[in-house]
Design a protein around this ligand. Structure first.
Ligand code: ADP
Ligand code: MG
Length: 356
C-alpha cells in the first residue's frame, strides 16, 4: 500500500447548509479528517443525521465545501477556492436505492457509463463486469426482474465498469432484508478486494461495517471521532462514546489495585494501561457481553432479567447482587428462564477503563 500519498485524504472538512428558518446556516460537517489508501475499504459509521451522506456528496463533487480540503491522489479536488466538477474526479457512486435505469436491461445499465468507448468494446467490457459480479445469466433481465441483492450487484458493476479511482456507497444494504445484509456485505468486500478497488461506504449498522471495512470512522455531529481498524475500535475505543456505540457493553465501577489490576464486583481484571498513580481510586470499566462466560458450576451467581434468542447464542441481561445489569452471550443450548440465577465467570483479559 502506498502510504506516501493516500488515495483519498480529507482534512478539516467543514460543510454547512442554509438553516430551515432561512436565517443563517447550520453546520453539517465540522472538522472531519480521514485518509484512505489505494485498495482499502473505509466506512463511515454513525447514526442518522450525523453528516455521512453530506461527506460522500462532497467527495463526488455534488456539495460545495466551506473550509478544509478533499484530495484525490495528489490533486486537491475541493477546497475553499477549488471545485473540480464531478465528472472529472474519477469517483463512482452507488446510491442507497441503487438508482438503476428501469427501462434498460442489466447489460445496458452496466454499459451506460462507457459511452466513450466504441460499441463492441462497451458490450464486452460490460459483459466482463457482469461476470465479475456473477450475473452473466441476467444480462437481458430488467431491474424489476431481479432480487434486491442482484440489483445491488448490478449497481456496483455499473459504478465499477468505468474504472473510477474510488467508489462511494451510501447505505448500500439498508433497503435489503436484515438477514441478507451481512452476507452481501462480505460478498461485496470480496468483489472490491478481487478488483483492488478503493471504496468508502457509509452505514449506521456496525455489523455491516465490521463485515466489509478495513477502516471504520465513527462519526458523530459531523466529525470522525475515531478512525481505526474494526478490531482496534472494539478493543481500544478511544472515548466513552465509541466504547458505548460499538459492541454490547456497560460501564461498571472498579477500584484500582497494585500491578495494574482492577477489582470489580465480580472479580479482578487486568487494565490495558498503566494506572500505578491511581491505586485505590474508583474508575469506570467497560464490560462487554463477551467478557462474561456462563458456567453452571461457578459459585458467582447472577439473575436472568432478559434474554434475546440469536440462533447460536442468547444475549442475556443479568443482574448482579448489587443490582447492576450486565450482558452475556451464552450458547443457546443453555436455555435458562427469566428470574433464574445462573453461574457466571469473568473471562476478560485486558479491559478498557475511563475516568469516572
Ligand atoms: P446522514 O447521512 O448521516 O444521515 P446527512 O449528511 O444527510 O446525514 O445530514 C447531515 C445534517 O445536514 C442533517 O442535520 C441534515 O438535516 C442536514 N442536511 C442534509 N442535507 C441538507 C440540505 N440539502 N439542506 C439543509 N440541511 C441538510
Ligand atoms: Mg445519509
Amino acid at each position: 500500500m502506498n502510504s506516501v500519498h493516500p488515495l483519498l485524504s480529507i482534512k478539516n472538512l467543514e460543510i454547512d447548509y442554509p438553516s430551515r428558518d432561512g436565517h443563517g446556516r447550520v453546520t453539517a460537517v465540522k472538522g472531519l479528517n480521514l485518509a484512505l489508501g489505494q485498495g482499502e475499504i473505509g466506512c463511515l459509521l454513525g447514526s442518522s443525521g450525523c453528516g455521512k451522506s453530506t461527506v460522500l456528496r462532497a467527495i463526488c463533487g455534488f456539495e460545495p465545501i466551506k473550509t478544509g480540503e478533499i484530495q484525490l491522489r495528489d490533486i486537491v479536488v475541493s477546497s475553499q477556492s477549488t471545485h473540480i466538477p464531478p465528472n472529472q474526479r474519477r469517483v463512482g457512486m452507488v446510491f442507497q436505492d441503487f438508482a438503476l435505469f428501469p427501462h434498460l436491461n442489466v447489460l445496458e445499465n452496466i454499459a451506460f457509463g462507457l459511452q466513450h468507448l466504441p460499441n463492441n468494446q462497451r458490450t464486452s467490457l460490460a459483459m466482463e463486469w457482469l461476470q465479475r459480479v456473477s450475473l452473466t445469466d441476467k444480462a437481458d433481465a430488467y431491474p424489476h426482474e431481479l432480487s434486491g441483492g442482484q440489483q445491488q450487484r448490478v449497481a456496483l458493476a455499473r459504478a465499477m465498469a468505468p474504472e473510477p479511482d474510488l467508489i462511494l456507497l451510501d447505505e448500500p444494504f439498508s433497503s435489503l432484508d436484515i438477514e441478507l445484509r451481512e452476507r452481501l456485505a462480505s460478498e461485496m468486500r470480496d468483489i472490491l478486494k478481487a478488483n483492488n478497488i478503493t471504496a468508502l461506504l457509509v452505514t449506521h449498522d456496525q455489523y455491516e461495517a465490521f463485515a466489509i471495512a478495513d477502516k471504520i470512522g465513527v462519526m458523530t455531529e459531523g466529525k470522525v471521532i475515531q478512525w481505526d481498524a474494526p478490531y482496534e475500535l472494539y478493543h481500544k475505543p478511544a472515548s466513552r462514546y465509541v466504547a458505548d456505540f460499538i459492541g454490547r457493553g456497560i460501564f461498571i465501577k472498579g477500584i484500582v489495585q497494585p500491578n495494574n489490576k482492577i477489582m470489580i464486583e465480580i472479580g479482578e481484571l487486568e487494565i490495558d494501561k498503566d494506572h500505578a498513580k491511581d491505586i485505590g481510586k474508583e474508575i469506570d470499566v467497560l464490560l462487554r457481553a463477551d467478557d462474561i462466560q456462563h458456567d453452571d458450576r461457578s459459585p458467582m451467581q447472577a439473575e436472568v432479567v432478559r434474554k434475546i434468542f440469536r440462533g447460536a447464542d442468547f444475549l442475556y441481561t443479568l443482574k448482579l447482587a448489587s443490582g447492576i445489569e450486565i450482558f452475556a452471550y451464552v450458547p443457546s443450548h443453555h436455555d435458562h428462564a427469566v428470574g433464574e440465577k445462573i453461574g457466571i465467570q469473568l473471562v476478560a483479559d485486558h479491559v478498557v477503563t475511563f475516568d469516572p
